[in-house]
Design a protein around this ligand. Structure first.
Ligand SMILES: [Fe+2]
Ligand SMILES: [Fe+2]
Length: 175
């Protein structure tokens, strides 16, 4: 099963922390595991290397916030290389946003690009389904508090609000 192929990565801090990061309004870890499962199933259908596909899938969106829709594949590919993954894994990751990013050049790259697109639908339905019970919004609120991208943004907003209110008070005080 795919768990044995990525057992070391599943316990790696860079992957574990994605449980607290937001992606498509759900935990990024949920999205990456969905892409793992689809990649695992699709790989043998196109005679792609299953191990490469699955390892690329669990890493493919690491540090995605640091790039844009078209560039974050390259960023995650670098992260994968820094974790000691072979070039084949990085090559698959770099093109996973195709057609917004570069075109895949390997079978494994195509598997990941397709698996990522398919996964975005259940990501969305999982979020929509949870709206009825309130679960999705609770998860989203929790992720906003734990995802460094949002906590930094919220801190900047608080500082800006404070700055404006002090400015207004300063002006009215001086009038
Ligand atoms: Fe991505
Ligand atoms: Fe993705």
């Amino acid at each position: 099963m795919y768990q044995t192929i990525i057992a070391d990565l599943l316990s790696h801090p860079r992957v574990v922390e994605t449980r607290h990061h937001m992606h498509h309004s759900i935990p990024k870890h949920d999205h990456m595991m969905r892409v793992v499962r689809y990649s695992y199933r699709i790989a043998p259908l196109v005679r792609a290397d299953r191990r490469t596909c699955v390892r690329a899938a669990i890493l493919h969106d690491l540090d995605s916030r640091l790039g844009t829709l078209s560039t974050h594949g390259a960023i995650a590919a670098e992260v994968a290389a820094s974790l000691g993954e072979p070039d084949e894994v990085s090559m698959a990751i770099i093109s996973h946003m195709y057609p917004l990013g570069p075109r895949p050049t390997t079978r494994e790259g195509w598997v990941l690009a397709v698996a990522d697109k398919i996964a975005s639908f259940p990501d969305m339905t999982a979020f929509m389904g949870g709206l009825i019970t309130g679960h999705s919004l609770r998860v989203r609120r929790r992720l906003c508090e734990t995802d460094p991208f949002y906590t930094k943004r919220q801190r900047r907003r608080r500082i800006r609000r404070l700055w404006h209110s002090i400015g207004r008070r300063g002006l009215s005080g001086g009038a």
